[in-house]
Design a binder for this molecule. Sequence first.
Ligand code: DNO
Length: 414
Amino acid sequence: MRRTWRWFGPQDRVSVDDMLQAGVEGVVSALHHVPTGAVWTPEEIARRQAEIARRPDGSPSGLTWEVVESLPVSEAIKKHSGDWRAHIDAYRQSLSNLAGAGIEVICYNFMPVLDWTRTDLAWRLPTGGTCMRFDLIDFAAFDIHILERSGAREDFPAEIAEQADERFAAMAEERRRQLATNVVFGLPGAAEHMTLEQVREHLAQYDRISPEQLRQHLIDFLSEVVPTAERLGLRMCCHPDDPPFALLGLPRVMSTEADYRTVLDAVPSVASGVTLCSGSLGARPDNDLPGMMERLGDRVHFLHLRNVKREGDAMRGSFHEAEHLGGDTDMVALIAAALAEEAKRRAAGRADHSIPFRPDHGQDIMDDLGRKAQPGYPAIGRMKGLAELRGIVTALSHERFGSRGPGDPQAARL
Ligand code: DNO
């Protein structure tokens, strides 16, 4: 398993040296400044590669850009509207330019309007550290009372809507403003402070798009770009919905194992695969992460290892981002399944037998608390996660004590 780390570019408060000190082998990055739908040019790709290759003192870092996260899919492609065909051509051109630069793994998602959503970006833990949290009652208060989306109340169980009424009534003006900012943080254009009116406009455009239709648009998109990816030797991998349930009346189609199975079967090429994000998928009690790794494994091209603690048994409920070995996902079993998949690939002679993983998100602890890195992407919290995950990988791979895959007598002990 290859240790990777998400880096947002030179403005990232976590430096190339920090990555080296954390024990990173490869870098995950994206050209966040290129507008969605436009081509990633060879020049811009080469510039980011050079930034990754150089330490702050100018000496070589020895690191390379190994995974793209994300090459974003435009809203036009998701809706089959406007310039969507031109955006597909641009997507293919970007894939070709990335392949030309030697980058093979391309992560993307197919969430309409929203990327990830939380109600708290810095929720205080008993230790004094902070983490991100999704509180369903706060979210309902936003949807019903701040966004005032028509039909919002009916989208929640009656008791949640009532609790949201009470919570909103007691909420200070400052918290109302902060809640709105937190929820729309993942919306495209959030950096330009999208107004609530603009959010409503984006949402309205999905009024007539059912989940079945959105799924078909995803399959259409893959049918168009996967042959190109295949020819170029690339591995595309779809990130799940985060959180993995319907929000704001939007269709969501990559939330469960069945969702993945449908899309993988519809475009049966190894170039179309999965970003298995244990944190996103783990927010639903019916997602069995080690089992998904076992069953979807041959198409998993990228792993996001993160843990969430669900605050109840509901299929759609509150959760917070736990420590990497805390929370509800059995991380040891998940990593064992990933190592077993790698062993199968080695036996089959697959060149992609080493699966890149990154410690996804981290709690803000120690010096992270003043550093103001991207929410979810602190230096020390992620380094702690990486160290813990690396310990499991090392132990399970140990030639005397660990499992080296199926058939190994040690495997039974896991
Ligand atoms: C959040 C991330 C997501 C992810 C995209 C992938 O921290 O995991 O924003 O990068 O959904 O396309």
